[in-house]
Design a binder for this molecule. Structure first.
Ligand SMILES: [Zn+2]
Length: 293
């Protein structure tokens, strides 16, 4: 069974100065598209659910079982990490109990001391089952009340303190944003990334990977970013392909309304987007990875 926790995969990526993609799933089609693309490219992949997606799909147990069963039915042989994206304390505990391979505990909105304490508790619970843990320092920007904010830049001291809790990888706010980037965005704060990369001996995670110019992502990867989170880019390509299908009237031709036909172009578009991103982020093929672990 190719399900694995994330620690060795991301440590190998950090050592080799490449990145492994973390893609959000929302349903069976997205799961198949992401897994199929990773298999075709012969690379490890992290497939993640947000708390909202897990609720939408029917809970953590269902998500874990759906992904695990899809891995089996598609004969996926590349390493797959089932991960919780931005979990709160309760969600992280639920995902651990449901058999996820990896969880992100996002305590960035808690007072920092409480974030550290709760992260320690999650690390203890997760590591007892061989599950890897991601935590977040600073915050990732995004849209609130129609205004796109840059988020809070990660503090180097807090990054060190959070790393000392025993987490396996660290997400740092360096000017990155969830969702689409505004026209006046000023770019990633590489000075801060450099300081954190030197202070913390862990693979680093870049959230909001959709929409950051490729050269900036490549530079970030060379500076220690080992996990790149992609969500919006797949949503946009799915929506575009689905809209084109309907606008072309194909849902009204023959049995074009059949959901298996209606969802096919969007599903293919997700797979194409995932393959394209895996291609340029330089993820090493699976046969290369064990030598570096
Ligand atoms: Zn995120």
């Amino acid at each position: 069974m190719p399900l694995v926790h994330g620690t060795e995969i991301f440590q190998a990526a950090r050592k080799g100065h490449y990145c492994v993609g973390a893609f959000n799933t929302n349903n069976l089609e997205w799961t198949r598209a992401i897994l199929g693309a990773a298999q075709e490219k012969n690379v490890p992949v992290l497939i993640q659910t947000s708390m909202g997606a897990a609720k939408y799909m029917g809970g953590y147990e269902l998500c874990q079982k759906l992904i695990e069963a899809t891995v089996k039915s598609m004969d996926i042989t590349v390493p797959v990490i089932i991960h919780l994206d931005h979990g709160d304390y309760e969600a992280a505990k639920e995902a651990i109990a449901a058999g996820y391979n990896s969880v992100m505990f996002d305590g960035h909105d808690l007072p920092f001391a409480e974030n550290v304490e709760k992260t320690k508790e999650i690390v203890k619970l997760a590591h007892a089952k061989g599950i890897s843990v991601e935590a977040e320092v600073g915050s990732i920007g995004g849209e609130e009340d129609g205004v796109v904010g840059e988020g809070e830049l990660a503090s180097v001291e807090e990054a060190k303190e959070l790393a000392a809790t025993g987490i396996d990888f660290l997400a740092a706010g360096i000017g990155n944003i969830h969702g689409q980037y505004p026209a006046n965005w000023t770019g990633l704060h590489f000075d801060r990334l450099k300081e954190i990369g030197e202070a913390v001996d862990l693979p680093l995670v870049l959230h909001g990977g959709s929409g950051i110019p490729q050269d900036q992502v490549e530079k970030a990867i060379s500076m220690g970013i080992s996990k790149l989170n992609i969500n919006t880019e797949c949503q946009l390509s799915f929506a575009k392909a689905t809209r084109e299908y309907i606008e072309a009237g194909k849902d009204q031709e023959g049995k074009g309304y059949d959901p298996r036909k209606l969802l096919a172009p969007g599903t293919k578009a997700i797979a194409d987007t995932v393959k394209e991103i895996i291609g340029w982020m330089g993820t090493k093929e699976v046969k290369m990875v064990p030598e570096e672990i």
